[in-house]
Design a protein around this ligand. Structure first.
Ligand code: PEP
Length: 250
């Protein structure tokens, strides 16, 4: 039985003081909740948020990290630095990293392996563009992103992997994949994992959906067999909008 996992990607929003205020409000709103919840602030906001969620079960993640552990890499932030802050989870391969910063499957894979070597959990984002979907390339793109992104990841390490299926055309656009279309993509990804690993690994894998998730569509999406949670962008920026998504089953 997979447990739902709801994550908020703040992107480049929330100063340290705004993030701390949000986190305190979320902690008190989620008192008694057993849902697995993660928030991913910008790097500089992480320490304030880590402090604000202390004593709660909310996971604080990074939105990205360097493909190196240390050295002459101006402007980068490493897994060692994140771990020193108490951050053990990282989002990798977000479509904005792929499209705006040229991150390739090979580069993302290097980061995935580095994060796992540091015993960090990884939320690996995958998903097709509109032209890929319309060109009938959905399965080809997902196969490439999953196979390349997870190259060298052992069956044991798969326990640390969450996948986030985020069709690029649905991110920040207000367009959501229908629950049926999203579920079909998730089922395909799960069957792929069963082929690459085992049926058991595939059954246990959490696959989040991302792309304009909001209070009004969260329940329909997460009621689907293969949709095990959400990676939320815009609607994770206020407790008022994020809370009903976390509490979609209440
Ligand atoms: C995201 O940033 O991963 C995302 C899904 O954004 P939004 O919810 O705003 O579409």
């Amino acid at each position: 039985m997979r447990k739902h996992y709801i994550a908020g990607n703040w992107k480049m929003n929330m100063t340290p003081s705004e993030g701390a205020a949000f986190a305190k409000e979320l902690v008190s709103a989620l008192k008694g909740s057993t849902t697995k919840v993660m928030i991913a602030p910008p790097f500089v906001t992480i320490p304030a948020v880590v402090e604000a969620v202390k004593g709660s079960s909310i996971i604080v993640a990074a939105q990205n990290m360097s493909d190196n552990l240390n050295g002459a890499f101006t402007g980068e932030v490493s897994a060692l630095m994140l771990k020193d802050l108490g951050v053990n989870t990282v989002i990798l391969g977000h479509s904005e990293r792929r499209s705006l910063y040229g991150e390739t499957d090979q580069f993302i894979n290097k980061k995935v392996l580095l994060a796992l070597s540091q015993e960090m959990d990884v939320d690996l984002c995958i998903g097709e563009t509109l032209s890929e979907r319309e060109g009938g390339k959905l399965e080809e793109v997902l196969t490439r992103q999953v196979t390349e992104g997870l190259k060298g990841v052992s069956e044991q390490q798969m326990k640390r992997i969450t996948l986030a299926y985020e069709p690029v055309w649905a991110i920040g656009t207000g367009k959501t994949a229908t629950p049926e279309d999203a579920d079909a993509a998730h089922a395909f990804i799960r069957s792929l994992i069963a082929k690459l690993y085992t049926k058991g690994v595939a059954e246990e894998l959490i696959i989040q959906y991302g792309g304009s998730v909001k209070a009004s569509n969260a329940k329909a999406l997460m009621s689907k067999e293969h949709i095990d949670g959400a990676l939320v962008g815009g609607a994770s920026l206020s407790v008022e909008q994020f809370l009903p998504i976390v509490n979609f089953d209440k």
